[in-house]
Design a binder for this molecule. Structure first.
Ligand code: Z5A
Length: 216
């Protein structure tokens, strides 16, 4: 629960908070679905959720954020992701952890740093402040970073649906986002685990289980 540079925050439960990060089409959703089945077999409660959009309010924020027709100023975008996160932690994540559940969250604080600071070029200190306000210092127990070459991820994502606003942002943007995850993985080595997302789904699942084994 601790992280380099962060103060552990008591949360009144023994749940586990696992986040999944990576670029577009990295395979997060696919992996989470497979993991739920595995983790649920032991009878524990597993909560699957995502950012943005893990709450009713967040669903509205997500629709605004990802609409290709909507121009959103970079700072407005930052604050909207922060608002989604604050609501999500209060309404879903903290209560689930307090019940002792495992929470599997598709994207979290590291996406804000990778996309808004490295991708958009916003000041990193400001971005980290928004994360701090939104989370109150709660840090994931483990972050599984699915690393896939940018072109491959965009190809996978585009195969299923047309590009949304961020997917249409260009190759250079997504390369900067990937560089952000590389930097974050180095800075937060105690909670980050890099998974090779180009491996077959079954192999990625096996790697993920190994990366979570010490949390059991
Ligand atoms: N965002 C942000 O900017 N700041 C923030 O703080 C947060 C988010 C929280 C929405 O995210 C956007 O919000 C996102 C970042 C930004 N940017 N965009 N665009 P999202 O989670 O909704 O969107 P996404 O991450 O792009 O989801 P995705 O494209 O659905 O990717 P995924 O969940 O990682 O992949 P998938 O759905 O599991 O798989 C995609 C395809 O690949 C599918 O056809 C699978 O069958 C296939 N796949 C999966 N695994 C494999 C393997 N191992 N091999 C081959 N093919 C595979």
């Amino acid at each position: 629960m601790t992280d380099s540079g962060s103060t552990p925050v008591p949360r009144g439960g023994h749940g586990r908070f696992v986040t999944f990060e990576g670029g577009e089409g990295a395979g997060k959703t696919t992996l989470i679905r497979a993991l739920v089945t595995e983790l649920g077999q032991s009878g524990r409660e597993v909560v699957v959720t995502r950012e943005p959009g893990g709450t009713l309010l967040g669903g509205e924020i997500r629709r605004l954020l990802l609409s290709p027709d909507q121009h959103v100023e970079a700072v407005a975008e930052l604050l909207l992701y922060g608002a989604d996160r604050a609501q999500h932690l209060g309404e879903v994540v903290r209560p689930a952890l307090a019940r002792g559940a495992w929470v599997l969250c598709d994207r979290h604080v590291d996406s804000l740093v990778a996309y808004q600071a490295f991708g958009r070029g916003l000041d990193r200190v400001m971005v980290e402040q928004v994360n701090g306000w939104a989370t109150g210092g709660l840090v994931p127990d483990r972050t599984l970073w699915l690393d896939v070459p940018v072109a491959e991820g965009l190809r996978r994502a585009g195969r299923e649906r047309g590009p949304d606003r961020l997917e249409g942002a260009g190759l250079a943007f997504h390369e900067r986002v990937r560089e952000g995850f590389v930097v974050l993985a180095g800075e937060h080595a105690s909670r980050f685990r890099r998974l090779d997302g180009t491996r077959a789904p079954g192999d990625v699942l096996a790697d993920a289980k190994m990366a979570l084994a010490d949390l059991e």
